[in-house]
Design a protein around this ligand. Structure first.
Ligand SMILES: Cc1cc2nc3c(=O)[nH]c(=O)nc-3n(C[C@H](O)[C@H](O)[C@H](O)COP(=O)(O)OP(=O)(O)OC[C@H]3O[C@@H](n4cnc5c(N)ncnc54)[C@H](O)[C@@H]3O)c2cc1C
Length: 461
């Protein structure tokens, strides 16, 4: 594929931009950004939410199988109490979805519960609408199909951001900013320090329709391959299979070898009959996913893999002979891109030892590598406020997969429910900073904690 055609640099002429003023600008309406904007607006801030795609949701509606996790890992530790660790706005979103038949509920896992004790899966399309409605109700100024293309920085302070849309190029000025772009675009434009480890595969998951959930279960069990199983609400009926995963190596050799070649995971969840919400196709990129030309090649390769995945289901899994792709992500999903340097970098030991900090903004109890790596005794650890403050910039916070440099600590902090909780903390803090006209480091923790508690956040220590 040809991607070159480079020529000498073009000097762009200076021009005046239309501008708007807000208290808080949240960049990225994904998993963390939706919650950040809701939190900021509910705290009274005039809030703008800037999103490149035409809908909110981010990787939560494009990449993964279930929202990990609102609970501690109680089932893996006999005698440990079941605790709903993450509450506040993230839980409210799931409750709103539940009223519309858009979630499995917090379905208890009966096989593979030492990985996650519950499966909370969502209807990805309803999530987009519910998020839009909640943002609108909260009075957030929503700018979708709008790309954040630059930052206006004066010494250590961010004054505004540059956005691009079909309405033109504009400047959005604000008192405080939250980077929830996943890629760390805002922080990078603002000149913050970051690293790009490129140590995870990228993915484009598919929603597979025309399938039989029960027969996929039979397929896995008949090969003694079942590793995860949960029953919850499906097509409005409780007690139905909503999560399945299998040991690929135990499946027929031809299936297993092709699945490996195309980076296909056997795990899936569903909220509807005859549908697998996510089948993940992975691809290890040779360079960072911030490299546009390399991403173009990966996008093409992933779509080839999607077709091969459908063929695999049609051929090997009874009840899936007429399977077809009902949903893809408009662009590939990353597991991490730029990692922004913040005032504190959460360590693996913090996570595994279940450490809490004197500036905790939330608690969390899930690790994506459990049971190999898990929070001690089915407990929780804290995300400290300092882990959300972008180093070297007075009024820029970060929330989501773009924090935490240690790969195995990130395997916990990057999960959806943790990102959502971070979003509530960062959005609340940004609004308070705007109200008090102070920098993120001058905000008294006691005021932040009070506001978070009022917003329903649970502190587990
Ligand atoms: C394939 C895959 C499977 C996963 N599976 C699970 C799972 O099963 N359970 C789980 O809990 N976690 C899972 N994860 C992890 C989790 O989904 C992500 O880490 C998390 O959703 C990231 O949230 P975020 O808010 O940081 O980023 P995102 O949700 O990606 O949000 C970033 C948003 O910013 C927007 N944006 C980016 N740049 C710009 C810009 N310049 N201008 C405007 N907008 C911009 C994007 O369009 C996007 O909407 C998975 C991740 C992947 C990739």
């Amino acid at each position: 594929m040809k991607t070159d055609g480079r020529a000498k640099p073009y000097r762009e002429p200076a021009r005046n931009l239309d501008s708007r003023t807000f208290d808080v600008v949240v960049a990225g309406a994904g998993t963390a950004g939706v919650v950040a904007a809701l939190a900021a607006a509910r705290e009274g801030a005039k809030t703008a939410l800037v999103e490149a795609k035409g809908y909110p949701g981010g990787v939560a509606v494009e990449g993964g199988t279930a929202l990990h996790s609102f609970y501690n890992l109680w089932k893996a530790f006999p005698g440990v109490q079941k605790r709903q660790v993450v509450r506040g706005i993230p839980l409210e979103i799931v409750e709103r979805l539940a009223c519309r038949g858009g979630t499995t509920g917090h379905a208890e896992t009966t096989v593979g519960y030492d990985y996650d004790s519950v499966c909370t899966a969502i209807d990805t399309e309803l999530y987009k609408l519910v998020a839009f409605e909640m943002l609108d109700e909260a009075g957030v100024s929503i700018f979708v199909n709008t790309f954040l293309a630059g930052a206006i920085r004066e010494r250590t302070k961010l004054e505004g951001v540059i956005v691009e849309s079909r309405s033109g190029r504009e400047a959005f000025m604000a008192k405080c900013f939250v980077d929830c772009t996943g890629y760390g675009d805002l922080a990078a434009h603002a000149g913050a320090e970051y690293s790009e480890p490129n140590d995870h595969a990228v993915a484009n998951s598919i929603g597979l329709a025309g399938v039989s959930v029960e027969e996929y279960y039979d397929f896995l069990t008949s090969h003694d391959a079942l590793t995860e199983y949960a029953q919850g609400i499906r097509s409005g009926v409780d007690g139905r299979i909503v999560r399945l995963s299998g040991r690929t190596a135990a499946l027929p050799a031809e299936f297993a070898e092709e699945a490996k070649r195309i980076g296909m995971a056997t795990v899936t969840t569903t909220v509807h009959d005859d549908y697998f919400m996510f089948i993940k196709l992975n691809f290890g990129m040779p360079v960072s996913p911030t490299d546009r030309d390399a991403v173009t090649k990966a996008e093409i390769e992933l779509r080839r893999r999607q077709e091969r995945a459908v063929a695999l289901f049609r051929r090997f899994v009874p009840g899936c002979e007429k399977a077809f792709i009902a949903r893809t992500s408009p662009s590939l999903c990353i597991r991490r891109g730029r990692l922004i340097t913040c005032d504190y970098d959460i360590t693996l030991e913090d996570v595994l030892e279940g450490r809490h900090f004197d500036d905790d903004v939330m608690a969390y109890g899930f690790h994506d590598m459990a049971p190999r790596l898990q929070v001690k005794n089915g407990g929780t650890y804290g995300i400290p406020y300092k882990a959300l403050r972008v180093a070297g910039v007075d009024n820029l916070l970060a929330a989501g997969m773009l924090i935490t440099s240690d790969r195995n600590a990130h395997m916990s902090t990057r999960n959806t429910v943790c990102c959502m909780g971070q979003g509530q903390a960062a959005g609340t803090a940004a609004a308070l900073c705007a109200k008090k006209a102070c920098g993120s480091r001058e905000l008294p923790y006691v005021e932040l904690r009070e506001a978070l508690e009022a917003g329903g956040v649970h502190f587990d220590a």
